[in-house]
Design a protein around this ligand. Sequence first.
Ligand code: TYD
Ligand code: MG
Length: 483
Amino acid sequence: MPRTTVYVCSQCGLQSAQWHGQCPGCEEWNTLVEERVRAGARDARPPRGGSRQGPRPVVRPLREVGASAVARMPTGIGELDRVLGGGLVPGSLVLLGGAPGIGKSTLTNMVLAHLQKAGRSTLYVSGEESAEQVRLRAERLLLDGEDPARPSAAALSVPVLAETDLDSVLAALTEEAPDACVIDSVQTLCAGELSGAPGSVGQVREVAGRIMALAKAQRTAVILVGHVTKDGALAGPRVLEHLVDCVLQFEGERERPYRELRALKNRFGSTNEAGLFEMRQGGLVEVLDASARFVAEATRAPGSVVLAAMEGSRPLLVEVQALVAHSELEQPRRVVSGLDRNRLALVLAILARHGGVRTGGCDVFVNVVGGVRLEERGCDLAVALSVASATRGVAIAGTPRACFGELGLTGELRWVGHPERRLEEAARHGLHDVIAPAASGAGACEAATLRDALVAALPAAARKGAASGGKRAAPRGAEPLAA
Ligand code: TYD
Ligand code: MG
């Protein structure tokens, strides 16, 4: 029987009949991936010299290429539609990644329920759970605008297939030809020709490739669910990122109710948008006015600062909290959540050098409240002020207040995008006093440098040194602020 698979090195392209830990060609380790031998692949290659049989390929200017406007299918979940750029595109492939238990199955179930309710045909392929388990989840879902007395009517009308064999799934997809299909998850499907375990690089690539070919041919929008590893990378599916049209990341802390959906890649829209959800009884609920909630929850205690951030094109007020405590360790801890760790190191260095707030002997913890992840430079000032406030043990003066701005290495406060929208959002929630970089516009309390911002934010006594009363003494290792 002719061989149906080969092992191909993903570095040098060497083909081998056997798997090797180290590629015999380029001597790289763990690069051999199992692939299916395509029938006739060898004969299809054009002969050397270039002459080729069959019709001549046609090259034409772009303006002569027919392109109809992309007709999108709104999913009925506003936050998801915004991240996708307006809805699912027929024939497109979306990869949805996230840690176990974050709510991927819940979200995709809800998407199909909404589409089904809107009169679209759908299919939910579950490789992880049995059909009964999927039903039990669907029974818990309550969609927007649904009668609480008769919940999950739409969710229960979604056709489900519990199957892990790729050929059976493809057969069902061909038969049903749905408008939208969810594969939960891509790591559980198994192509029979390949010997690799489900979830291995070769398997995942083969599964996604064949589903994509079929989806494009019959214009089915497919959502592939994928797991992420502990360190946050899409395990296995990482190799799919170039193949799919859109990569969505679903994240948040499992213990907290907030979930954030981001696009890492989007061929049909922007990657700046983020959607915010809350996991509740009844499924995921869109958080429409997150700012109001975060501002109301802000403690305004020492170490707490409200940041006027931008989440894509949308302003968002979030609370940044810091704790600075004397460290017992030789190498004090720097723990962040919702921020880049290196950015904290940079802010601490700038704070020490240009703000006179030294945290050398202290453990520093910084947290963006609510499980939100900040990916913009505009958060530097909030981090600096929260650490300064925590170090001094005094709350930000004149609360309620907000701030934003990027810190430069020479201690200057730099302009960041959309100051007017940030100020507007802050004012809308009663924060009229916003510390912001120069040229941020009317209404901002402008500061040219970190030092100016500290002067504006901390009461004079806190700037001169540790509070003399002893009650709010600064942790050991922290030094007075040279005002
Ligand atoms: P799930 O969608 O299965 O996560 P994933 O597919 O990403 O692994 O569910 C995540 C969690 O959400 C699960 O632990 C239970 C919880 N949940 C609710 O709190 N409310 C609900 O209505 C549903 C359906 C789930
Ligand atoms: Mg799941």
